[in-house]
Design a protein around this ligand. Structure first.
Ligand SMILES: CC(=O)SCCNC(=O)CCNC(=O)[C@H](O)C(C)(C)COP(=O)(O)OP(=O)(O)OC[C@H]1O[C@@H](n2cnc3c(N)ncnc32)[C@H](O)[C@@H]1OP(=O)(O)O
Length: 415
């Protein structure tokens, strides 16, 4: 759908216009150009995945791009276009530029064979209208220093090593542990390129906001790294003494004992008062380890939003919990090929076959709700009580069970 003003057009972005692309983004997000940051952290989006809207006079009025991601889904993984850098110049807002860019993004992603798109929403109300569903929540904790953890066997014999982050030595270690720590968790998407991995450990001084240079804590079983955290402290002295903040950028652990050891270390650093966690899944082990959650501040927000671009391929890319035979009637105003009735047959192993059908629908829902359910972190019954998934209670309950994931989805880094 083209909703552009007269004379505007969609255009690919040649390398020589990257600076102009970045300028639109800086204007939209109120970000200052910073040559030092740009030197340390090169532009992360593949150039052949950038698009712009050119105004009638040829300058860029709006831009977007996408990452080439592989997103873990229950029991599998799926090629995923990670929509990003969506920016419309403030003087070009609300003239339909985003709507056209989304149409372009959906079409190009499908042409590349990506059955799913995902994003982090700068503002929550924007993307539902385009069929993106809020598929996961995240929680950030602010934990008082010294908060007690329930004991976990084997934790005490593990050791902790602390050092400054050295991107040359640590980037791949951090990514490797991140991927292994998230095994079995939907949404836990690998940083697909060296540049994205550089962002994980990147630490430009101008972005530190008073915090010390980034530190790496590794939890070791002998020489074997079992857990790690990237974090920094901001020293501060209040009326009652030292009250530094510990800000944890990333925490990955391979098992319960190393999780316990890692957080025991982070929660008891001298001269600190509070510890801020990175975005955690709503069932993260730290929430179970803390003896008393009440003094911990918890901030729950939406995490990743998912859009099914090719419904049968996307539904066939994941596994399901238990056998099912259910007919879904889907609406999709932007991608009509998804609309209509689909029969989802799940065998005893959890593998699905998805075919067109004329049979009566058990459940009726928009592609937005299907995207919300896709990672296994939402309940069809709950969405039904809110009026967004329609069907008999027993059919919604069956769909809820079939789509459920044992671990709550989350993507702990923002793309
Ligand atoms: C995945 C990411 O990259 S998220 C980053 C998004 N970017 C930003 O937040 C940067 C600052 N903001 C902007 O660049 C722009 O205002 C955008 C991208 C949010 C919106 O672009 P626009 O060109 O103004 O959107 P457009 O005119 O196509 O609007 C499409 C619809 O979305 C609605 N809409 C757009 N922005 C918002 C918003 N922030 N909140 C609620 N609704 C919105 C419009 O009202 C319109 O609604 P309609 O379908 O009922 O008519």
């Amino acid at each position: 759908m083209n909703t552009l003003p007269a004379g505007y057009r969609t255009a690919v972005v040649p390398p020589e216009r990257l600076e102009e692309f970045r300028t639109v983004d800086q204007l939209a997000f109120a970000v200052s150009p910073d040559p030092e940051v740009e030197r340390l952290l090169p532009f992360p989006v593949p150039l052949d995945r950038l698009m712009a809207v050119e105004a009638a006079d040829g300058r860029y009025a709006a831009v977007h791009g996408s990452y080439d991601l592989v997103m873990p889904v229950p029991g599998g993984q799926v090629a995923c276009a990670g929509l990003t850098w969506v920016s419309v110049r403030p003087d070009e807002r609300r003239r339909g530029l985003l709507r056209t860019m989304i149409t372009t993004h959906l079409e190009r992603s499908l042409e590349r064979g990506e059955p799913v798109s995902a994003l982090f929403a700068a503002e929550a109300p924007i993307y539902g209208r385009f069929g993106y569903g809020s598929a996961a929540d995240q929680v950030r904790l602010t934990v008082p220093r010294g908060a007690a953890l329930r004991p976990v066997a084997g934790s005490e014999r593990l050791t902790v090593r602390l050092e400054r982050v050295d991107p040359g030595r640590h980037t791949e270690l951090v990514e490797d542990l991140y991927v292994r720590a998230g095994a079995g968790r939907p949404g836990w998407t690998p940083r697909a390129t060296p540049v994205l991995r550089a962002y994980t450990v990147g630490d430009p001084p101008s972005r530190r906001a008073g915090f010390e240079p980034l530190l790496l804590a590794t939890v070791l079983d002998g020489q074997d790294v079992r857990a790690l955290a990237l974090f920094a402290r901001k020293a501060s002295w209040g009326e009652d003494g030292a009250d530094a903040v510990v800000r944890v950028r990333e925490a990955s652990a391979l098992d319960a004992a190393s999780t316990h050891r890692l957080w025991s270390f982070l929660l008891d650093l001298d001269l600190t008062a509070t510890v801020e966690t990175p975005p955690l899944a709503v069932d993260d082990p730290l929430l179970h380890l803390l003896v008393d959650l009440r003094p911990t501040r918890r901030r729950l927000t939406d995490n990743v939003w998912v859009r099914l671009l090719d419904v049968p391929t996307a539904l066939g890319a994941r596994r399901y919990a238990g056998p099912a035979d259910v007919v879904l009637e889907v609406t999709d105003t932007l991608l009509p090929a998804n609309a209509g009735r689909w029969r989802l047959v799940v065998d005893a192993a959890g593998d699905a076959e998805v075919t067109r059908t004329d049979a009566d629908a058990h459940v009726r829902l928009d592609v937005r709700e299907l995207g919300a359910l896709y990672l296994g972190g939402r309940s069809a019954t709950a969405l039904g009580t809110a009026g967004f998934v329609l069907g008999e209670g027993r059919d919604l309950a069956r769909l809820t069970t079939t789509f459920a994931s044992p671990l709550a989805p989350v993507c702990p880094w923002m793309f």
